[in-house]
Design a protein around this ligand. Sequence first.
Ligand code: PAF
Length: 286
Amino acid sequence: MPAQRPRVITTIAEMREVIAAERAAGRTVALTPTLGALHDGHLAHVARAAEVADTRVVSIFVNPTQFTQPEDLERYPRTLDADLDRLAEHRVEFVFAPDVDEMYPTGPTKITVHAGDVGGTFEGKSRPGHFDGVLTVVAKLLGIVTPDVVTFGQKDAQQLFLVRRMIADLNIGTRVEVIDTVREPDGLALSSRNRFLSPAERRAARTLSAALEAAVSASERGIDAALAAAQGALMGEPLVDLDYFAVVHPETFRPVDDDYRGRATAIVAARLGATRLIDNEPLRIG
Ligand code: PAF
């Protein structure tokens, strides 16, 4: 017998009723926010969510306010049927899948969460306003589902940093559970965008994680050594159009100083043809 699909909820009112019933029954709730097009990386979230809460809600909402290019929004894969089958395998209880009118009945919200200085760097530099859109929809989802725990992936390091900062700054009573990046056997981080890579781009994409691994291996010799090792790995792959490679401080998400010693995160972004990929790896400098 096929596994039972999650119950799909499309209105905020029904989502609130369901959460009230879960709470009345004494159950804790974990939320995994997604844009859909689920892959094994997302499934690692729901597997972990099952360990830290009684009831799981996965939101599937392609949030228009975080897309800076209309064509990116248009081509974002919408695969609800397949997503529900994958979540059924993990016995997820609820999917919250509102449409755009339900979330933004009068258009984009007049009040938004501003991602601050870090919101304009790295990913935010090439996609201005992206993180305001992300934080605003995450704030809305947290307000609707009021989860005890929300899962976010290490894969989107800047998003994770900003969500944590928002939750701390706005005193939101939800705990963040960080989920490690899931990788292909050759190191490529799983992403809904990988499906857009041509075979040659797919082979070249391996260079991103190779650069991160090189930086991690060299990191005990200092920041310059880590950056040089990454540059060495990235050079000579013509299909990789590098946007940035940097090593950032865990508390500021700013590039670390030349003499920095301690925990940090190496981050990379590159374009392969029309597809932009990001990745990162925590490391220790010195
Ligand atoms: O990381 C994502 O999938 C999205 O940015 C999120 C957190 C679901 C907000 O739309």
